[in-house]
Design a protein around this ligand. Structure first.
Ligand SMILES: NC(=O)c1ccc[n+]([C@@H]2O[C@H](COP(=O)([O-])OP(=O)(O)OC[C@H]3O[C@@H](n4cnc5c(N)ncnc54)[C@H](OP(=O)(O)O)[C@@H]3O)[C@@H](O)[C@H]2O)c1
Length: 191
């Protein structure tokens, strides 16, 4: 990368139940507007990378998510053509997507330059290969069952940096309790 773009700061963002469930039957088994607002505020105009199933879980009228690049991982040429037609950018792997976006980083990005937004298979790969330095996790106090799980952040490589609110839980308008955790990969400095 000599003379090339700076190293991107890569974040992951997800919402999970207290048991680590992030998805069920291709969608999310809750509706929490407060978390959608948190997602928009946190990721702002930074580019997003997601797996093809997560892309398809977004309602067609809301994709691509506006105001930023949407990169979608797929192994299928046919699906890649559909993704391009819908206004997003297909890539064949997570590292390929990160390389594509690293060439044009926005200098005003805040916590991360690029956000990995799921799903389960993509988070798992990002953690296994140490591709991200930050994980912003909404923990929702629900017992919902599901078929897709959040990755485990190994304690020898990741540390919990902060929890909001410090006193325990926020209360959503619906009455559901939730909190927001920031985890950082050890050795990665806060910028
Ligand atoms: N709670 C949250 O914050 C959150 C966030 C995101 C998603 N979700 C949920 O998670 C679930 C989806 O997760 P998922 O794990 O089933 O699917 P996913 O990770 O969204 O997408 C998997 C697909 O991405 C492509 N892909 C992933 N890695 C690849 C690689 N290395 N090379 C080539 N292609 C690759 C493949 O697409 P092709 O099959 O087209 O090749 C694969 O089938 C849904 O229920 C969704 O609602 C929850």
């Amino acid at each position: 990368m000599t003379g090339g773009p700076r190293q991107p700061r890569i974040g992951m963002i997800w919402a999970q139940t207290v048991d680590g469930v992030i998805g069920a039957e291709g969608g999310m088994p809750w509706h929490l507007p407060e978390d959608l607002r948190h997602f928009r505020r946190t990721t702002a105009a930074a580019p997003l990378i997601m797996g093809r199933k997560t892309w398809e879980s977004l309602p067609a009228r809301f994709r691509p998510l506006p105001g930023r690049r949407n990169v979608v991982i797929t192994s299928s040429d046919d699906r890649a053509a559909e993704i391009t037609g819908a206004g997003a950018e297909p890539v064949s792997s997570l590292p390929a997507g990160l390389d594509l976006l690293s060439a044009t980083l926005r200098s005003e990005a805040e916590e991360a330059d690029i956000w990995i937004m799921g799903g389960g298979s993509v988070y798992a790969r990002a953690v296994a290969e140490d591709l991200a330095e930050l994980a912003v996790v909404t923990v929702i106090d629900l017992p919902e069952p599901g078929d897709t799980l959040a990755p485990t952040l190994p304690k020898d490589r990741w540390a919990l940096e902060s929890v909001q609110p410090a006193s325990g839980w926020w209360h959503a308008e619906s009455g559901v309790r939730y909190r927001i955790e920031h985890h950082r990969r050890r050795g990665m400095n806060v910028s």
